[in-house]
Design a binder for this molecule. Structure first.
Ligand SMILES: N[C@@H](CCC(=O)N[C@@H](CS)C(=O)NCC(=O)O)C(=O)O
Length: 254
């Protein structure tokens, strides 16, 4: 029997347990999270990078409970309540944290207008050219569909890696571009185990970048060790998440 989405493992595991434990106390910023979610990990990394006080609340978004739909009508994690007002969308939240907590460093977007716009261009590339094909490759069952998704994924990551200044995407400073992609790097062992993916098969630049960025402290602090159990539903093409339904229907993921 397939495991329904609403019965996923209920809490963070691995390194992320102690980060969750350290953020139980009420704060003016409530972070509604799912430990397993790569989009959550983006916003969580920025909270940890900046040392912003937040209260972590685990939500199972597949249950679509009313109290959570009141915060995010889309019913997706991550979401926040800030002084009683709600916001959601991982990348919007990352920029919100930067704007709402200007005293909390490091900045995740460069001060220079051109470089900031350039960073946003590559965040957009991650959202459009990489994330959908990451899910499509995991969900593909037939060998020829896997092959075509893998070719598309490799092509996107080669283009991305060719722009990496090193060690981070923009050079010495960790930025929103790294934040946007690193949760998927943390989970790429699932592709390596099941979809014939390898970092070195993409390019030496990609491997060097991926090996380095996944060791960032904020990434390690927000990392769980049970991702493979969640992605089993995707690997068997049984997931009923909004993203999985969109990928199957050829729609843009929500
Ligand atoms: N575009 C959203 C995507 C968030 C998202 O898809 N979250 C998933 C978990 S990884 C979710 O809440 N899924 C619940 C569902 O699909 O019903 C973002 O970047 O925040």
């Amino acid at each position: 029997m397939p495991v329904p989405d609403e019965q996923i493992f209920p809490h963070a595991t691995g390194n992320a347990i102690s980060t969750v434990e350290a953020h139980k106390e009420p704060q003016e910023l409530i972070f509604y999270a799912g430990w397993f979610c790569p989009f959550v990990q983006r916003s969580w990394i920025v909270l940890e990078e900046k040392g912003i006080p937040y209260q972590y609340k685990e939500v199972n978004p597949y249950k679509k409970e009313k109290h959570f739909l009141d915060i995010n009508p889309k019913g997706l994690v991550p979401a926040v309540e800030y002084h009683g007002k709600a916001l959601y969308e991982s990348l919007v939240l990352c920029e919100f944290f930067e704007d709402a907590y200007p005293g909390h460093k490091p900045a995740i977007l460069p001060g220079d207008a051109y470089t900031k716009a350039y960073a946003r261009l590559w965040v957009d590339f991650v959202s459009k050219a990489f994330v959908p094909v990451f899910f499509r490759l995991i969900m593909s069952q037939e060998p020829e569909k896997q092959e075509s998704a893998r070719t598309e994924l490799y092509d996107a990551l080669r283009k991305f890696a060719a722009q990496v200044k090193g060690p981070y995407f923009l050079g010495d400073e960790f930025s929103l571009v790294d934040v946007a992609i690193v949760p998927f790097i943390t989970r790429d062992y699932i592709l390596a185990d099941h979809r014939n993916y390898s970092r070195e098969g993409i390019s030496a630049e990609w491997k060097q970048y991926a090996d380095h960025v996944e060791q960032r402290e904020s990434v390690l602090k927000t990392k769980s060790d049970k991702y493979a159990e969640v992605y089993g539903r995707y690997l068997r093409d049984e997931a009923q998440s909004d993203a999985a339904k969109a990928i199957r229907a050829g729609r843009v993921i929500p």
